[in-house]
Design a protein around this ligand. Structure first.
Ligand code: GLA
Length: 719
């Protein structure tokens, strides 16, 4: 398949995936416009589409619309993707086309080795411009791969003169988005996205788009719990299984902004990139500025189809080790809180090993003077009180029990009551003449400063080396405030440089310690995005471990991110956050839809509960390849994964008033001509009936009461 075709006469590029086409062309005045984003087209068809002249402005009050990368300048009145001010006070740009290049097999912009088998070599189109007067160049990049539906876009701006030349002064970059995506004309437009907060991430919202500018953003220095940098757009009629869906996602783990514009004349577009409004950076002569990737994708098979295409893309081209099965882990946080000790961790480890846990992770509280959240952050040496002989004895015992060992860290933070802060009070983000406001009694380290990054690397590297740590749960428990760098000529850069520093630190640790795995966490799901997932194996989905709440949180998470990255623990009942009591099987089944972990205080579980838990862990291990690596189909009160000949259905029953009929659960993606055997009961099902009629929730699935739940593991007969 030709991924990128070019027609020199029409100056038109056609970018093709298996299921979509994206066409752009240069106008006579060198303005780049989108011609098509949707169903697959041939080059000829795209040329025909491009031949339709753009509507002429109706009056002197109309401006230029529908541009591929709108920049401030001229008669442009929409929100620009690029805004800047030159040293002489002039604003904006006036581009001249310089040329283009098409490169096959180009390396990924971030250190994310593609799973990279035959036929997955990326192809990258670069379209180059320069300003007609000022020393500025812009490259627009488009990367696509034969095995993915996702088109990755980013932009690079260069200040091309040296300091000695006449314009050798900084350009002020007021806004530089990665890309602007324009939708085709549709009868109406609807936006799907997630909102939430701490412990309530991932609430899916579907709303009609107003004729206005709708801003999705984080101004917190992290991706945020409140919004996540992706969106889906449709005409209001798409469903889980059908209809056209256009979606975009930003690969960035700091502040960000995506603005959806629905112009009065009807055009809908979304421009997005790193940083929130008001941040200004200086681009010095010889410098360049590269945006993160703002990727897009078109699906014809509804929201479920769009999600599956993102899942595949993330697995094949974003995650560092997608093919590896995620271990069943134990985490100590809800059991022992900050009060970890060698003794209580040994007790938990012994119980966890009996359940079949493969990785034991000791959470917060193991270091420095950390006995609560007021002290010790930054002092990454084992607490002498909790671990008189260091971590060695615990680590040795965890390994003797056959488990790997993991540790919680929060490398970007410091408590003012810590040795690190007493030694380096100037290492934190702060503004001159302003208070340093603590949140959770902690301040943010300015990790973009080389000496701070070097310190963080040295401490983490020493820890990982000394204890052969297999896993870091990398936390970040407060947003940025008072973010500045006294005396620095370009202080807003820290919002961007911090993110690069975190990604670089993760990448360096991983490459120096090939056995190390990372769980991305920010007070739960506060930093989950395509940027961090290039350096992490999983993400801590939410601090809310109540299985009922988790159903909604996981539903929101699954819109973009694959199950193998979704860390999900089974904890105690009643749940410590919500006080809700739920059956053990229900808590397990909900967590088994992701990367299963256990986070309860196993010392208080009864023998019967421990036995049931061990059975459920064993069950999970049998279905794990299908859940973690299969294609996911969301159903009402169930989620189904399909991999090759196997399919796993996890279903649950929520309270329903008496007399309200419960429809059967119709499965997806099975072969209607095949039969499927239930691996647990031996019962044989007709594929055609599973698809057409479905399983009766009471009779077939045995779901008879509130919070009853089940797992059905089917294998195709003769397969
Ligand atoms: C955050 C994490 C929790 C736990 C605590 C420890 O809130 O999300 O899982 O690690 O920090 O302080």
């Amino acid at each position: 398949m030709t991924l990128v075709s070019y027609d020199p006469a029409a100056r038109l590029w056609l970018l093709s995936t298996a299921g979509s086409s994206y066409a752009i062309r240069l106008d006579e005045d060198d303005v780049l416009r989108q011609v098509h984003w949707g169903r697959p087209l041939t080059l000829e068809q795209a040329l025909t589409a491009a031949a339709v002249p753009a509507a002429a402005p109706g009056s002197s009050f109309d401006g230029i619309t529908g541009e591929e990368y709108p920049a401030e300048g001229g008669a442009r009145f929409g929100l620009p993707s690029l805004q800047l001010r030159h040293a002489d006070g002039s604003r904006g740009v006036h581009w001249q086309y310089l040329g283009h290049g098409i490169e096959t097999g180009a390396a990924a912009p971030e250190a994310s080795p593609a799973v990279g088998e035959e036929g997955t070599r990326p192809c990258e189109l670069t379209i180059r411009f320069r300003d007609r007067h000022y020393p500025l160049e812009l490259d627009l990049h488009y990367r696509l791969r034969p095995s993915s539906e996702v088109l990755e876009r980013r932009a690079v701006l260069r200040h091309t003169e040296s300091e000695s030349e006449p314009w050798g002064e900084p350009v002020r970059l007021l806004r530089m988005d990665a890309a602007c995506w324009t939708l085709p004309p549709l009868p109406d437009y609807r936006l799907s996205h997630v909102t939430g907060g701490w412990s309530s991430e991932g609430r899916l919202r579907r709303t009609s788009i107003p004729v206005a500018e709708t801003v999705l953003t984080s101004r917190r220095g992290i991706t945020s719990h409140q919004a996540n940098p992706w969106l889906m757009l449709d005409d209001g009629s798409a469903t889980e299984d059908s209809g056209e869906v256009w979606s975009t996602a930003l690969a960035w783990s700091g502040s960000w902004r995506i603005t959806v514009q629905r112009a009065p004349e009807g055009v809908v577009s979304c421009t997005g990139g790193s940083g929130h409004e008001g941040l200004v950076v200086r681009l010095l002569p010889g410098d360049s500025w590269e945006t993160p990737v703002f990727a897009g994708q078109y699906a014809q098979d509804g929201f479920g189809g769009a999600s599956r295409a993102w899942h595949r893309h993330i697995a094949d081209h974003v995650l560092p080790r997608a093919a590896e099965l995620r271990p069943v882990l134990y985490n100590s946080w809800e059991a022992t809180g900050f009060r970890v000790s060698e003794q209580n961790q040994l007790q938990l480890a012994a119980k966890a090993a009996e359940l079949g846990v493969e990785l034991f992770v000791m959470d917060d509280g193991w270091f420095g003077a950390r006995r609560d959240d007021t002290a010790g952050l930054g002092d990454w040496t084992p607490s002498a009180e909790a671990f008189p002989d260091g971590l060695g004895p615990l680590v040795a015992e965890v390994r003797r029990l056959g488990m790997r060992f993991g540790l919680w860290v929060e490398p970007e933070m410091v408590n003012p009551d810590s040795d690190l802060y007493r030694e380096h009070p100037d290492w934190v983000l702060r503004q001159p003449h302003r208070e340093r406001s603590t949140l959770r009694n902690q301040l943010v380290l300015d990790l973009a400063r080389p000496e701070v990054a070097a310190w963080a690397h040295a401490r983490l590297d020493a820890l990982v080396s000394e204890y052969a740590v297999n896993y870091l749960k990398w936390d970040m428990n407060r947003p940025f405030t008072d973010a500045g760098r006294p005396g620095h000529p370009d202080p807003d850069r820290l919002w961007f440089d911090h993110v690069h520093a975190v990604h670089a630190l993760m990448a360096r640790l991983r490459s120096d310690h090939p056995g190390l795995r990372i769980e991305a966490c920010a007070g739960g799901g506060g930093r989950v995005d395509l940027g961090v997932l290039a350096h992490a194996d999983s993400a801590w989905t939410s601090d809310n471990t109540d299985a009922l709440d988790r159903i909604g949180i996981q539903h929101g998470y699954s819109q973009l991110y694959p199950a193998r990255t979704m860390s999900a623990w089974v904890t105690d009942s009643p749940n410590p956050l919500t006080g809700r009591s739920l059956p053990l099987a229900f808590r397990f089944h909900v967590a088994m839809a992701g990367a299963l972990g256990i986070g309860g205080d196993l010392r208080s579980w009864t023998e019967a509960e421990l036995r049931q838990a061990a059975d459920l862990v064993a069950r999970y291990k049998r279905i794990r390849p299908v859940v973690q690596q299969g294609a996911q189909y969301r159903h009402r009160n169930a989620v189904q994964h399909v991999l090759g000949e196997e399919s796993v259905l996890i279903a649950w029953q929520l309270p329903v008033p008496h007399g309200v009929p419960i429809p059967p659960l119709r499965l997806a993606a099975l072969d209607p001509a095949a039969r499927y055997r239930d691996q647990e009961t031996g019962r044989l099902h007709e594929g055609a009936l599973l698809l057409a009629r479905g399983l009766d929730v009471r009779l077939d699935l045995g779901l008879t009461g509130d919070f009853s739940s089940t797992v059905v593991h089917l294998r195709r007969e003769g397969g």
